[in-house]
Ligand binder design. Structure first.
Ligand code: BTN
Length: 317
């Protein structure tokens, strides 16, 4: 019921009378007052003026579903939101919900993660209410080899959304690190449940260092707040990311991978550079030539041999 009141207050232009709320939500004026008190405890700043009613002055800086969904321009992503203050990792919840049949586009987000994880067994720093930490369940009609494409697509969408919301111009380091000034701003972790030739669901996990102070981040990381010199609205940025991601996902479904690759190449700082790629199979060095049809990185080593990597860490040398 509190969510309904928030929606009402948000859509009102100025004051909203207690009488109007009580009539539309079919509750007594005393009940309205009680809910308003609860909302204030949750961090909503609501003024009450006799004979005029209530006005919402500000909302808490939390990724509450009612706030994220208010003004969200998507058709699928984020239509279902599971929100928790604190979780071990949004990936685990998403995986469980995926197994239970959760709808495509279901979003799991948290204010903090106690075991946030990144690629290659690393941890992901997730201080409370500073960054944006979420996982999305997608159900593409695709084979497991197509999932790397979704990761590259997500990196493109993230860059686009950050630019739209902040004016900053992040770039992509293969496969999916989003960087500004050579420091990591956001990361993507893709996990999947699949049969041999068919994906059951994909979990796209995204962590964005939005307003995170540098002392809570690894040495090679940065945050939007640090780059901009002022905090960003995490809600608006999350809405922008969902919008951009849905748009690129639609393009991918209709037109295939080529438009994604084209945009990815414009944003990439990896292609054409001499790189060292480290993965579980070892280390290779050479020139990053191109992407292959699945999103793998084609490297030409010093003997002229072409090697394709599907995962790994890239260092420019
Ligand atoms: C990386 O760059 O290594 C990927 C980082 C992915 C972090 C996000 S935060 C939300 C989701 N939950 C996790 O535990 N990890 C991803």
């Amino acid at each position: 019921m509190e969510d309904k009141i928030v929606q009402f207050l948000k859509s009102a232009d100025g004051y909203l009378s207690g009488e109007e709320i009580s009539r539309d939500l079919k509750m007594s004026r005393a009940a309205v007052w009680k809910h308003i008190e609860e909302l204030r405890k949750d961090g909503y700043e609501i003024v009450a003026v006799p004979h005029q009613g209530y006005q919402l002055l500000s909302s808490p800086d939390k990724l509450l579903p009612v706030l994220v969904q208010s003004g969200l321009q998507t058709k699928i992503l984020g239509k279902e939101i599971i929100y928790q203050e604190s979780v071990e990792s949004t990936m685990d919840i998403a995986f469980r919900l995926g197994m239970e049949g959760a709808k495509e586009g279901t979003l799991i987000c948290a204010e903090t993660q106690t075991k946030g994880r990144g690629r290659m067994g690393r941890s992901w720093s997730s201080p409370k209410e500073k960054g944006i930490y979420f996982s999305l369940i997608l159900r593409p009609k695709a084979s497991p080899t197509d999932t790397a494409k979704l990761t590259l697509l997500t990196a493109v969408a993230l860059c686009e959304a950050v630019t739209k919301e902040t004016g900053l111009k992040p770039v992509i380091k293969w496969p999916n690190d989003v960087l500004i000034n050579n420091r990591k701003l956001a990361g993507i972790l893709t996990e999947l449940s699949a049969e041999m030739d068919r994906v059951r669901f994909v979990i796209i996990g995204i962590g964005v260092n939005a307003n995170t102070p540098l002392n809570l981040l690894p040495a090679n990381a940065t945050s939007i707040k640090n780059e901009l010199g002022q905090p960003v609205s995490r809600i608006k940025l999350l809405q922008e990311i969902l919008g951009s991601l849905e748009n690129w996902y639609e393009i991918f479904k209709v037109e295939g991978f080529n438009p994604v690759v084209k945009k990815w190449k414009q944003l990439s700082v990896t292609l054409g550079k001499r790189v060292r790629v480290v993965d579980s199979g070892g280390t290779i060095e050479g020139v990053a030539m191109d992407l292959d049809q699945y999103g793998g990185l084609i490297i030409r080593d010093d003997s002229g041999m072409k090697i394709i990597k599907m995962a790994g860490d890239v260092v420019q040398v």
